[in-house]
Design a protein. Structure first.
Length: 87
């Protein structure tokens, strides 16, 4: 999912093979069109490709600071959130 933290900062939770990494998208380090490539296009459940540098967030967790984010496959139907579970 994508979470905004102000006008120039966006967090993406990237999940694959049971692992989770956070992408900390800062407008100052982003090399694409901020509004067109990130804010308007990337939604929950989409498959994205991220290229950037590894870093640590304020909590000391490993995260990515992406220079580019590419939408590989949009999610056509949203899956339920983990809180509600699958039936």
């Amino acid at each position: 999912g994508a979470r905004k933290a102000g006008k120039k900062l966006l967090f993406l939770d990237l999940k694959a093979d049971g692992a989770r990494v956070q992408a900390m998208c800062d407008q100052a380090h982003f090399q694409g069109d901020w509004d067109r490539d990130l804010v308007e296009r990337v939604k929950r459940g989409d498959v994205v490709g991220v290229r950037g540098t590894p870093a640590r967030n304020k909590r000391g967790e490993l995260c990515l600071v992406p220079a580019t984010v590419e939408l590989l496959a949009p999610c056509m139907r949203l899956l339920p959130k983990e809180h509600f579970g699958l039936k």
